[in-house]
Design a binder for this molecule. Sequence first.
Ligand SMILES: Nc1ncnc2c1ncn2[C@@H]1O[C@H](COP(=O)(O)OP(=O)(O)O)[C@@H](O)[C@H]1O
Ligand SMILES: [Mg+2]
Length: 364
Amino acid sequence: MIPQKRILIIDDNALFVNFLVRVLEGKGYEISVAYDGQTGIQKVHKDVPDLILLDLKLPDLSGEEVLETIRANHKQIPIIVVTGYGGEQIAVEMMKKGATDYLSKPIDHEILLQSIQDAIDIKEAQLQDKAWGEWGSLEFFFPFLAHEVRNPLHAISGALTIIKRRSDLNDRLLAQSIKIIDEEVQHLNHFVQECLNFVRPPNPVLITEIDVNEVISIIVNMMTQMFDPQAKGITIIAEKDPQLPRIHANYEELKQAFLNIGQNAIEAMPNGGTFTITTSFKIESDPKIEILFKDNGMGIRQEHINQLFRPFFTTKQRGSGLGLAICRRIIEERHGGKIMITTGENQGTTFKVELPVHPKPEGI
Ligand SMILES: Nc1ncnc2c1ncn2[C@@H]1O[C@H](COP(=O)(O)OP(=O)(O)O)[C@@H](O)[C@H]1O
Ligand SMILES: [Mg+2]
């Protein structure tokens, strides 16, 4: 069993603490609480937690003092600062003083959990042995990069919120400039998230029995919302084999892999086209599920085919080049499957994914 991660909450608002405890215990975290700064510091000293949620308004010390005192002895613990509404400016200062992340109240459930998970992942990856195999250095470097990039990004976002609030957005040039900063911050955030996705360690607990057809339905829905295919003249078709057996797999990871393939297909059809996903059950020597992702877009040049799955290979101006590297890691390394391509320039592309029906993913 994976040991529970321990989170220390330092906050004097009992109602809010109760809310956090309920949400976080529900997700399997072990929680302890300190209702003032001194007690918080003592608790960290006695038994170092895996993560700290720190409120900035405490009855005895300021959140800033608590942060500095803890950081002086513990460089590694992720500390997420919780600020009241409109506290972005203070949050920016806190990030400079070593906070890992900040959240503004009212706190969104999903953002809270994501922020905690990312902070813990970063710390774990930093502590991992550097010799992690072929991409060992990336396993070490990405979380470090993510951490270093995210902090200033948060600071920029926080500062931008203030600028937006105080600016005359009827000034077209100003509004446009703010929009550019916003979009670029989002782009960088997305890139950093992809880097983290690439190195996120496998989690055997998340392997469950799943219906691949259901994953396909979900990603078709997501693609419709995210990419507005209709406006681009793109039709998405799903042909699902009703006889598909269920398999053991990580639902979120498969979703992500398929979505990456889907996004590439959309991007390959700037003038519209059709994207067809077909699932089928192949009973050969090893029973397997086959999923075909077919687009009639620009296709892939012969000389690029061998490089597609390498991290950072991209032919796009704003591409991260991590989408297919993540796909291969998920399909082949994590699920014992295969991913193959048939394509030609201007002939469209088909990605074929095979997943064993009784996979034994590594580490299980
Ligand atoms: N369906 C597709 N049609 C044409 N080219 C593709 C397709 N899928 C992937 N590619 C090529 O593979 C490259 C790598 O893809 P990916 O790893 O997802 O990174 P990114 O999308 O950020 O460029 C793309 O830049 C593109 O050249
Ligand atoms: Mg991509």
